[in-house]
Design a protein around this ligand. Structure first.
Ligand SMILES: [Zn+2]
Length: 78
């Protein structure tokens, strides 16, 4: 009866929330560089805020494509 808090099993994989807006390193051809999270799970569903295109990316892959820190707080060497 001692479930550890969800800390160990996915420490290196960032968590995303439906409705959250994330920013990619590279802008979409339509010009927008922000995406809205539409689904989370094994893959993360994203919708381009510019053209509405939907894509799915593995969480790990998405993390790689995101701007250094998509959440407020840390300032990366940008
Ligand atoms: Zn787009």
């Amino acid at each position: 009866m001692t479930d550890p808090p969800s800390a160990s099993h996915s420490a290196d994989v960032p968590q995303f929330t439906v409705g959250e807006t994330v920013r990619m390193r590279k802008a979409h051809p339509c010009g927008a560089d922000t995406w809205t999270v539409t689904r989370v799970g094994g893959d993360v569903g994203l919708r381009c805020t510019g053209c509405g295109r939907r894509i799915f990316l593995a969480r790990r892959e998405l993390a790689r494509r995101l701007h250094a820190q998509h959440r407020a707080g840390a300032v990366g060497p940008d």
